[in-house]
Design a protein around this ligand. Structure first.
Ligand code: GTP
Length: 399
C-alpha cells in the first residue's frame, strides 16, 4: 500500500531547503490498523518494540570501554546511543558506582560489549585487575567534560592510556571532548586544539609519541555522539574496506551522491562510500530511519502486535524540496542502506534497484564468509580449551 504523510523531523531540527511538510512515500508498509496504533503508543517507545536476535551471540565480543572522570557523561552516552533514552532524561541518571557491562548484540547487528566505568575508579587499587580488562579491549573511549576544567581529566587520560598501552598495544584510543553543546563554535575549536596539544605533549614527555589518540567533539543533544560512535565501531570492523569498496562501486554505477550502511537499531553507520561525510546528511539519514521505524511500529504491526517493524520489504522514499531524494532499503535484518540521489538520477530507479540487488547479494556473501570464520573459530577455541590453553589476541567486531 502507499502511505502519504507529512514529515516533521523527529529531532525537531530544520535543515536548509527542507521544510516540515516534505512528503514521504512508504510503499511497503503493512496493514494499517488503529488497534496497532494504540498498542504502539501505549507508553512504549516505538523503537523498543524492535526485536532482533543475533545468531552469533555466543562468539567472543570485542570490548569498548567508557572511561573518564565522574559526571563527564559516560552513562548518558551509553543510554542515549544504545537505549534510546532522550537526552533530557539523562539529567536524572545516578552516579555509576561499579563497572557496568553490557552486551550490544541481541538488539543490534553491531556486536560488542560496552563497559561503563565509575568515574572514581582507582588504577592503584590492587583489587582492580586492569590487565585482564585491557587485554580483551578493542577501543577505549575516554570522555572529557569540555564545560568543566579539564586539567584533572587530562592527567587521568594520560594515566589510563599509558597503563592500557603497556598491557595491549592494539587498543584504539578515542577521546570524546564531550558536552560541546554548551560551547560557541570558536570555543569548540579552541578547546579541541588545546586538549589535543596537551594530551600529545604529555605522551611525548613520557616518550610515548607512538600512541595515537583520536579526538571527537561530541554531545548527546545532537547527532555528533552517534557519528563519533560510528567511527569508533568502524575501526573494529575488519571487513570495512570491502564494504566501502562495494558502496563505491554501487554509487558510481547508479548515479547516487552518497550512501550509508546503517545499523538500524543503534543508528551507527558501519560504512559509507569514500566521499566526505557531511553532518547534515548523516542527521537526515538518522531521522529517516526514525520515521520509517516509528511509522512501521504504529501502522505496520498486526492487530495483536505480532510482526516486526523492519523486514525484507522495508523500503522508503522521501522526496525533499531541494531536488534530492532519500532512498532507504533493507539489506539484512540489522542493516539498511540509505542513499542520497538527485531527482534526475532517480528517474532511472530500475537501474538503481538492479544495482542494489547485486550490492545486497555481495553483502550477504560477506556474511557467509563471516559465518564460516565464526564456525572455524569456535572449533579452534574448543580444541584449545581441551588442550587447556586460552584463546588470545584482541577480538574484533565480526560482520
Ligand atoms: N550539556 C550536556 N550535558 C550532558 C551531556 N552528556 C551528559 N550530560 C549530563 O552530565 C551529567 C552526568 O552524566 P552521567 O552520564 O551520569 O556521567 P557519568 O560520567 O556516567 O558519571 P559517573 O557515573 O559518576 O562516573 C548528567 O546530568 C547528564 O545529563 C552532553 O552532551 N551535554
Amino acid at each position: 500500500m502507499l502511505a502519504k504523510l507529512f514529515w516533521e523531523s523527529p529531532s525537531g531540527r530544520r535543515f536548509p531547503g527542507i521544510h516540515a511538510n516534505t512528503v514521504i512515500w512508504t510503499p511497503y508498509l503493512h496493514s494499517v490498523s488503529p488497534p496497532g496504533l494504540r498498542s504502539a503508543c501505549q507508553g512504549v517507545s516505538a523503537r523498543r518494540v524492535l526485536d532482533f536476535s543475533d545468531p552469533f551471540s555466543t562468539e567472543v565480543k570485542p570490548r569498548i570501554l567508557l572511561m573518564g572522570l565522574r559526571r563527564s557523561g559516560k552513562s548518558s552516552i551509553q543510554k542515549v546511543v544504545f537505549h534510546k533514552m532522550s537526552p533530557n532524561e539523562t539529567l536524572f541518571l545516578e552516579s555509576t558506582n561499579k563497572i557496568c557491562r553490557e552486551d550490544v548484540s541481541n538488539s543490534s547487528f553491531v556486536n560488542f560489549q560496552i563497559w561503563d566505568f565509575p568515574g572514581q575508579i582507582d588504577f592503584f587499587d590492587p583489587t582492580f585487575d586492569y590487565e585482564m580488562i585491557f587485554r580483551g579491549t578493542g577501543a577505549l573511549i575516554f570522555v572529557i567534560d569540555s564545560q568543566d576544567d579539564y586539567m584533572e581529566a587530562l592527567a587521568r587520560l594520560h594515566l589510563t592510556v599509558t597503563r592500557a598501552y603497556k598491557v595491549n598495544t592494539d587498543i584504539n584510543f578515542e577521546v570524546f571532548i564531550h558536552k560541546v553543546d554548551g560551547l560557541s563554535d570558536d570555543h569548540k575549536i579552541e578547546t579541541q586544539r588545546d586538549i589535543h596539544q596537551r594530551a600529545n605533549d604529555d605522551l611525548a614527555d613520557a616518550g610515548l609519541e607512538k600512541i595515537h589518540l583520536s579526538f571527537y567533539l561530541t554531545s548527546i543533544y545532537d547527532h555528533s555522539i552517534f557519528e563519533a560512535f560510528s567511527k569508533v565501531v568502524q575501526k573494529l570492523i575488519p571487513q570495512l574496506p570491502t564494504l566501502e569498496n562495494l558502496l563505491n562501486i554501487f554509487i558510481s554505477n547508479s548515479g547516487i551522491e552518497k550512501a550509508f550502511l546503517f545499523d538500524v537499531v543503534s543508528k551507527i553507520y558501519i560504512a559509507t562510500d569514500s566521499t566526505p561525510v557531511d553532518m547534515q546528511t548523516y542527521e537526515l539519514c538518522c531521522d529517516m530511519i526514525d520515521v520509517v521505524i516509528d511509522i512501521s511500529c504504529i501502522y505496520g504491526l498486526k492487530e495483536d502486535g505480532a510482526g516486526t517493524p523492519y523486514d525484507k520489504e522495508s523500503t522508503a522514499i522521501i522526496k525533499l524540496n531541494n531536488t534530492t531524494v532519500l532512498y532507504l532499503k533493507e539489506v539484512t535484518k540489522f542493516l539498511a542502506l540509505v542513499c542520497f540521489v538527485r531527482e534526475e538520477s532517480f528517474e532511472r530507479k530500475g537501474l538503481i534497484d538492479y544495482n542494489f540487488h547485486c550490492f545486497r547479494k555481495a553483502i550477504h556473501e560477506v556474511f557467509e564468509v563471516r559465518m564460516k570464520v565464526v564456525k572455524s573459530r569456535k572449533v579452534q577455541n574448543r580444541l584449545q580449551k581441551k588442550k587447556g590453553a586460552t584463546p588470545n589476541g584482541t577480538p574484533r567486531v565480526l560482520l
